[in-house]
Design a protein around this ligand. Structure first.
Ligand SMILES: [Fe+2]
Ligand SMILES: [Fe+2]
Length: 247
């Protein structure tokens, strides 16, 4: 069964008109597609300051006739995220969720370390990923999504706050060939790489876009439009990604 996903990231909702307008435009675009996607993944930095009001706004914006699946980023705060966006008690432990869509397990993982910009999949999260993948039916494919890329993207800003200790995840990918790819955000640039022999896809940001060192000195290009990654996972297990901007 072919799976069609949209991935957006780094909305940085801050109560301001600019961030709200950009997120609303992206969601309008997705809701208006003639063929609806099977799900939208939102890979963190949903709020800019982790404030409850920012998640209340996210909950209003991230509404669609298809599932909208989220994971937190370094700008998010677990208790407010849980309470206002997920409607759960405001706990402080890692927010890991698995969703099953079209024969595929989508693992939305929490790579945040409270108070830090660097990411880490803690022992409890790695154990949860392992147990979740182990418990899946034999033919079920899986995608793993979280916020900080586990590899350098060759810009000093995101590379100073990558996913630390990625060996734990690499070992899990080695043990679980059903994982097709790793999806992240955080770098504010549409990028693709590899990690542990799998595709690593970094979604573009809804807020500003990273200006690479060869494009100029100031890292934040606020004139670029918000971006979307569309992922097609076909019957052969191949993931193909198409990028769009929303003007
Ligand atoms: Fe971000
Ligand atoms: Fe981030």
């Amino acid at each position: 069964m072919t799976l069609l996903l949209a991935q957006i990231s780094d909305l940085h909702l801050d109560g301001g008109e600019r961030a709200t307008r950009r997120a609303a435009r992206v969601m309008d675009y997705l809701r208006a597609l003639p063929r609806p996607v099977d799900a939208v993944l939102v890979t963190g930095d949903i709020a800019d300051h982790g404030a409850e009001a920012e998640y209340e706004e996210a909950a209003r914006l991230l509404v669609a006739p298809f599932p909208v699946l989220t994971c937190p980023g370094n700008h998010d705060a677990r208790p407010a995220y849980r309470k206002a966006l997920l409607g759960e008690p405001a706990g402080a432990d890692a927010v890991n969720q698995v969703h099953h869509i079209a024969g595929t397990a989508l693992l939305m993982c929490d790579s945040t370390v409270p108070g830090r910009d660097e990411g880490r999949l803690d022992d409890a999260t790695l154990a949860w990923i392992d147990a979740t993948l182990t418990g899946l039916p034999r033919d079920t494919r899986a995608l793993i999504a979280f916020h900080q890329p586990p590899v350098a993207v060759h810009h000093p800003l995101p590379d100073s706050a990558m996913l630390e200790q990625p060996e734990g995840l690499a070992a899990l990918l080695e043990a679980h060939p059903r994982v097709v790819a790793v999806l992240t955000g955080h770098a504010h640039t549409a990028a693709s790489s590899t990690f542990a022999g799998r595709p690593l896809v970094v979604a573009p940001a809804v807020t500003w876009t990273l200006r690479m060192p060869w494009e100029g000195d100031a890292p934040a290009d606020r004139d670029q439009p918000p971006g979307i990654a569309f992922h097609v996972l076909d019957d052969t297990g191949r993931l193909t990604t198409h990028y769009r901007v929303v003007l």
